[in-house]
Design a protein around this ligand. Sequence first.
Ligand code: ATP
Ligand code: MG
Length: 152
Amino acid sequence: IVREVSDGIRPLAERRDATLDIDVEFEESAQVTADRDQLGQVFTNLIENALKYGGTGGTVHVSISPEDSRFPGMIGVSIKDNGPGIPRQHLHRLTERFYRVNAKQSKEQGGTGLGLAIVKHILARHAGELDIASVLEEGSTFTVWLPLRKLS
Ligand code: ATP
Ligand code: MG
């Protein structure tokens, strides 16, 4: 799904002079049950954000996360940018509808401020989680966690 949606996003990456580095492989043992279109929307919103707010000439890296004891039995796909990062006090509000860290910048970038609220909503429907980590002047990592399908 990540690879499918990334084709549609490459023109944005080119306009931003950014590198979109998709590093995900299909793994037989790591499957999830999900709505394909909705998960496509999740990855589209997160990769577009990483490109929009990651600064020009940056790199957006999409990869499978190492296991994390906070999310047992789940698989994580992380979208990492090397942009300016997000000040700590904003992190817990990012998924609120219409919430923007920098109103002026977001106005220039366009959009409505709904992208992350939609991500949160879709992940909730999949019993998933969104984990956000950010370091100022280093960048942000948004990780999508989804329950692994139990293969018998
Ligand atoms: P829309 O997604 O509707 O086009 P938007 O991108 O402004 O608009 P969200 O995707 O919900 O809305 O993001 C909310 C805000 O979070 C953004 O306006 C931006 O301030 C901040 N943000 C999101 N992703 C990043 C990121 N990767 N780096 C820095 N800031 C980010
Ligand atoms: Mg957005």
